[in-house]
Design a protein around this ligand. Structure first.
Ligand SMILES: Cc1ncc(COP(=O)(O)O)c(C=O)c1O
Length: 471
């Protein structure tokens, strides 16, 4: 057992988190106490991460927070059994996959490459389910190894059926039930970059093709066995919506007598900043249990529940740690003080992509809590890319606009911690844009110990696959 995993195995549960964001008021040199802790880092532990990674930027992950969220998911209310799958696209580092696996959590993969990556990390094939927008050419090799496939389109089901015709092969069917969570918009049916269900979403087989007999006919034609129904609409934190989703999803299970499990996907929202709600899994799970019990009474089948959170498991367990490498001032009515990080959309794309708001805490370069001080300043925080969209403080609700935040008054060289960066950051960014290397990743243990779990990419690795031609 490696030092890291011996250590992981030893760890136990604890924790609490209070997001700290000082607001968007425009005023300079406000006088208020500055935070001496971000979600899980102090100036001292942030500095230890920087030393561990050999500089900034870096991603830091809290083992304590990972454990807390894993335990919450594993306690999701269920009537007849539960499998928790980690949507690994949220943060695919092998140490995180292995840690969740050690807790009994399985994997949701979004591509053939993710399946292979999880297996390379030691995850057993039977613990991986694949729901993908692009069926890999070698899908049958993966299925033969034990990977569970959810057909996400009619054409995927046809391709699966042709390969396994007459064998009674087991398959899952991902259904688009006709509504989505709305994501960052309020509508449940119109387009939003984070809406994963409804007529504006291409994910899953449109529900009418399930109920009008099209899908059952394909299943019959190839002699397949549908063992799992899958829906993922990013259902948020409202128990009523979860009940509706569960009931609607169970209605699809009625059409396939071999179904043994219903996967309700992920989408459990977390509150990163004030005013955003963190999903209470116990609350949203209760009506889901009732719906499963009622199904069992009516149909005589006790279905297992599957959930596959990404955000909930890792979002608040990760932070981007960077250095303020420049400070720029513009004047006039529209003038601002800009803090420029040595990180940006190359590391955390969510603010540029969705207008997502992340908590930001500034620490002194010394890494000493005693140097935090009281002075604050209203600033706009931007990334290091030559790109006007590389903005870390968008206006809440108006992603095209910028906002000032009152933060600790900082100077060049100070440390910036951007919390809520565990999900869809390291794994989803414009990495290598402007030829900035992929940032390293550091795992922080319960007593502040640091473990490098990914090295910083070198410049040579960025262009290693280029082939020079004389033209
Ligand atoms: C099929 C599927 N499952 C699970 C997830 C994880 O969602 P979240 O990170 O919102 O929990 C996603 C994300 O889009 C998904 O597409």
């Amino acid at each position: 057992m490696s030092r890291l995993f011996a250590f992981l195995a030893f760890c136990s549960t604890t924790s609490a988190f209070a997001p700290s964001m000082t607001g968007n008021t425009r005023s300079s040199d406000l006088c208020m106490a500055n935070p001496t802790k971000s979600v899980f880092l102090t100036p001292e532990t942030a500095k230890a991460c920087i030393e561990c990674a050999g500089g900034t930027p870096l991603y830091a992950y809290s083992l304590e927070k990972l454990e807390e969220s894993a335990n919450a998911c594993l306690a999701f209310p269920n009537a007849y059994g539960l499998t928790v799958r980690y949507a690994m696209k949220a943060c695919p580092n092998s140490s995180i996959l292995k840690y969740f696996s050690s807790k009994g959590i399985h994997i949701d993969a979004s591509s053939g490459y993710e399946v292979r990556r999880a297996m390379a990390a030691g995850i057993p094939a039977e613990h991986i389910s694949l729901s993908t927008q692009e069926l890999p050419a070698d899908f049958a090799d993966l299925v033969d190894l034990g990977v569970k496939l959810n057909a996400c389109s009619v054409s995927q089901l046809e391709r699966f059926g042709k390969h396994y015709a007459g064998s009674g092969a087991k398959v899952g069917v991902r259904v688009n039930p006709g509504v989505g969570s709305g994501g960052f918009s309020k509508s449940t049916t119109s387009f939003s970059k984070t809406n994963v269900g409804g007529p504006s979403s291409s994910f899953g087989i449109w529900h009418e093709l399930v109920t009008d007999g099209t899908v059952p006919a394909i299943v019959e034609k190839y002699g397949l066995s549908v063992e799992r129904i899958h829906t993922h609409i990013g259902s948020g934190s409202d128990p009523e919506i979860w009940q509706q989703v569960a009931t609607k999803s169970l209605s699809f299970c009625k059409l396939f007598p071999d179904v043994t499990a219903l996967n309700l996907g992920g989408g459990y929202k977390v509150g990163r900043v004030e005013g955003e709600t963190t999903t209470d899994l116990q609350l949203i799970g209760k009506p889901v249990v009732e719906a499963f019990r009622q199904f069992a009474q009516e149909e005589g089948r006790e279905l297992k529940l599957e959930i596959e959170p990404g955000t909930f498991l890792v979002a608040m367990a990760g932070a981007l740690v960077s250095t303020i490498q420049d400070k720029v001032i513009t004047t006039g009515d529209d003038g601002h003080t800009f803090l420029k990080l040595d990180a940006g959309m190359t590391d955390v794309l969510r603010p540029s992509l969705y207008g997502a708001v992340h908590p930001i805490t500034l620490f002194p370069a010394s890494g000493n809590t005693g140097d935090v001080g009281d002075e604050t300043e209203s600033v706009v925080v931007v990334g290091h890319c030559c790109e006007s969209g590389d903005l870390m403080t968008p206006k809440p609700g108006e992603p095209e606009d910028l906002a000032e935040r009152a933060l600790r008054k900082a100077t060049i060289g100070d440390i910036c911690v951007m919390d809520g960066s565990g999900a869809y950051c390291s794994g989803m960014s414009t990495k290598n844009y402007n030829s900035f290397p992929e940032a390293p990743e550091v795992l922080v243990g319960k007593n502040g110990e640091t473990f490098l779990i990914r090295k910083r990419q070198s410049l040579e690795q960025i262009y290693a696959n280029e082939i020079a031609v004389e033209v």
